[in-house]
Design a protein around this ligand. Structure first.
Ligand code: BDP
Length: 677
């Protein structure tokens, strides 16, 4: 996109663009005749920075073929909801209406999405976002590293800010706005106090200035002990006057620089982070203190419910146990941000029972776009089906916002795996409209980013869509089928290590805590006879999950310790079904390699080769997972791996020797795996 208006365009006499330099307009008029472009773009008011973007987008050569005039009306129109828009088409004329400038930009991007996918613009479009706040959470550290990031280093060049502004910030902002994402938490939830220093706030302001025209508001993760770290206060106790005063001053300082600052995201008393409980106070005391500091400016606190303490309770129950008693005790500008599942972004979890259990407190969902537990940037796992599964249990109307932990970094494509952009895209699309189907989103992305629909055979396109839509289930199959969870290698969460034992580690950080394999069977008993986590769910789910025969097979081992020879609802014994799913997962990846080979002529050569390489790794990893888990659990079941799981490429002893250091886990040395075939 050309930011300086020097791209060719044709202006009509009615065109009003007071900010455009006349000399440039004259130049443009002279060059357009040979190029396809929208002839006439009219605005109902003076151009704001956001409307200038609308203009730039619509006046680029080649966009919206068949359209000659676009009329943008952002005054006097009342569409349903903020950020919404309506578009009507009469022949080659479009009228785009919104009550806000950003709504006009979203409408523009809607048109460009249709355009890129080769889809005809319909006679009428009416759009309103489901959630007012649709935000990315960056887990970016101030030293440029990204926690659980697999696409290079942080996009934010803190050392260069605020004086130097990378062009990639605008590129990033545009990609967000394209799918309606309207906020970004810039830094890691494990927050450095330095982000709130005056030095860094000026850097944050510079970023906020770039993101603002794209409708993106900036939020920050804050460290609860910031008053101690930055200004040597003796305490961070939320009930201490000096602490309250400190946060009020800090809020004023921030809003003086960034008037539309969104607010704070807080990870407190979780995994070693400081918090109000360090002072005998509650989460509500801590959140409310921050909320009062932000309130005069309209700022919000997103307080995370990702907590689990060393109390003697099933980890899956703990967030609910800590937060439900606090319902009704939070200030109105506090929202509780809850991970989609009760444990931690596993390939499959049931939804967290905390959703819907705090009727007096606003709640928002936290998804993970970065593939911490889904093969990092090596595996194809299109995540729309996972998020749809969540929305099938948790009504979007009960949430005020959705957040996605970003998969964005500084690699040229910003997401590492070229197809992982589809997850960023899908997150935005579902945050806008959770009723879209996974298939619709996959098709949109594939048509607009991967293939040219006009020259790609329909069956190839169909197979690509099927590959996307099935890919998350495939990862579940070869990593953790039937409700198994957290059997990853310690630390990096990439490869299998169901046997993992780390001296001194908390029990609930180790796979055995979760899989509970023994001679009798497999799985975590969360029925009333076990940890009784099922009782945190409302009926009829509580009874459904508690029933060995009724519980959906996908969640069976999440809720039950099932005997190896028990026949489950699929008609196989547990052992047979487990083997079947591991084998099916590995076979599906091999199938994806075939689909990809067939699609080669229709895909950009570099992207094709890059994804092809990653699919080879994914296929290897799927076999590795299958072999490791089938062989390991076979020790407990006393049953041999079923014929379907063959060929088995490794021995358990060999696999148990694989040591995945932090440097080689995304690419284990060939000798460790390949030579053992
Ligand atoms: C876990 C990650 C850890 C995060 C934590 C969180 O392994 O790096 O800090 O979640 O969400 O999934 O706070």
């Amino acid at each position: 996109m050309n930011p300086d208006f020097s791209m060719p365009f044709r202006c009509s006499p009615v065109f009003r663009l007071s900010c455009l330099r006349p000399a440039l307009a004259a130049v443009c008029l002279a060059v357009t005749s040979a190029l396809m472009a929208v002839d006439t773009i009219t605005f109902s008011k003076e151009l704001s920075p956001t409307l200038r973007l609308v203009y730039q987008e619509l006046s680029a050569p080649g966009v919206l073929p068949g359209i000659t005039a676009v009329e943008i009306v952002t005054e006097g129109h009342k569409p349903t909801g903020k950020d919404g828009y309506s578009i009507s088409r009469t022949g080659d004329h479009l009228k785009l209406q919104s009550s806000t400038d950003i709504g006009a930009l979203y409408g523009t991007y809607h048109l460009l999405r249709l355009d890129a996918a080769g889809t005809e613009i319909p006679a009428k479009i009416d759009e309103t976002p489901a959630f007012p706040l649709r935000l990315l959470n960056h887990w970016d550290n101030l030293d440029g590293t990204i926690e659980r990031g697999y696409a290079g280093r942080s996009l934010w060049l803190w050392n260069e800010l605020p004086d130097s502004i990378s062009p990639r910030y605008a590129e990033y902002a545009r990609r967000n706005a394209m799918v309606g994402i309207n906020a970004a938490v810039l830094n890691n939830v494990n927050a450095s106090p330095r982000i709130l220093s005056s030095e860094y706030l000026h850097k944050v302001k510079a970023l906020a200035d770039v993101l603002r025209p794209y409708g993106i508001r900036v939020f920050l993760s804050v460290n609860f002990a910031s008053p101690i770290a930055l200004d040597s206060l003796p305490t961070a106790d939320p009930l201490d006057n000096r602490v309250q005063h400190w946060w009020k001053n800090k809020a004023r300082e921030i809003y003086d620089l960034i008037p539309d600052f969104g607010g704070f995201l807080v990870k407190a008393n979780s995994e070693g982070q400081p918090g109000p409980m360090d002072y005998g106070r509650t989460h509500a005391d801590g959140a409310n203190m921050l909320a009062r500091a932000l309130k005069p400016y309209g700022g919000e606190v997103m307080w995370r419910a990702f907590v689990y303490s060393p109390i003697d309770a099933d980890r899956a129950k703990q967030a609910y146990m800590e937060f439900v008693p606090l319902d009704g005790h939070f200030e109105p500008n506090v929202t509780i941000q809850i991970k989609n599942g009760p444990i931690d972004f596993q390939p499959r979890e049931p939804y967290s029972p905390l959703f819907g259990a705090m009727s007096l407190t606003p709640q928002m969902a936290e998804f993970q776009i970065t593939q911490e537990y889904l093969g990092h940037a090596n595996h194809l796992a299109f995540l729309a089906p996972m998020w749809k599964e969540f929305f099938s249990q948790v009504a979007p109307t009960t949430l005020t916002a959705v957040a996605g932990v970003a998969n964005v970094g500084d690699t040229p494509n910003m997401t590492g795996h070229p197809l992982a952009d589809a997850n960023w895209y899908a997150f935005g699309r579902l945050a806008w409209d959770p009723s879209l189907t996974s298939e619709e989103i996959a098709a949109e992305w594939i048509d607009s980013h991967l293939i040219n629909v006009n020259n790609t055979p329909a069956d190839v396109r169909r197979k690509l869509i099927d590959m996307f839509v099935s890919s998350r289930e495939t990862v579940v199959d070869y990593m953790m089928p039937l409700g198994l969870h957290h059997i990853f290698a310690f630390g990096h969460h990439y490869g299998p290590e169901p046997w993992c034992d780390v001296e001194g580690a908390r029990a609930d950080w180790l796979p055995r805590y979760y899989h509970q394999a023994d001679k009798k069977g497999l799985g975590f008993d969360r029925t009333p006879a076990g940890s009784d986590a099922v009782s945190q769910y409302p009926e009829p789910l509580r009874s459904l999950y508690a029933s060995l025969t009724e519980c959906p097979p996908e969640l069976l081992l999440w809720f039950h310790h099932v005997p190896w020879n028990e026949y489950i609802s699929t008609g196989r014994t547990l052992w047979e079904e487990l083997c079947h799913r591991y084998a099916r997962g590995a076979a599906s990846v091999a199938g994806y390699q075939q689909v990809w080979a067939e699609a080669q002529p229709y895909i950009d050569a570099d992207i094709w080769a890059d994804v092809n390489r990653r699919l080879i790794t994914q296929a290897r990893d799927a076999q590795w997972w299958k072999d490791a888990c089938v062989l390991y659990f076979s020790q407990f079941s006393g049953l041999p791996p079923t014929p379907e799981t063959y060929p088995i490429h490794h021995t358990l002893e060999q696999l148990m020797q694989v040591e995945l250091g932090i440097d080689n886990y995304t690419n284990p040395p060939a000798s460790l795996l390949d030579s053992k075939r």
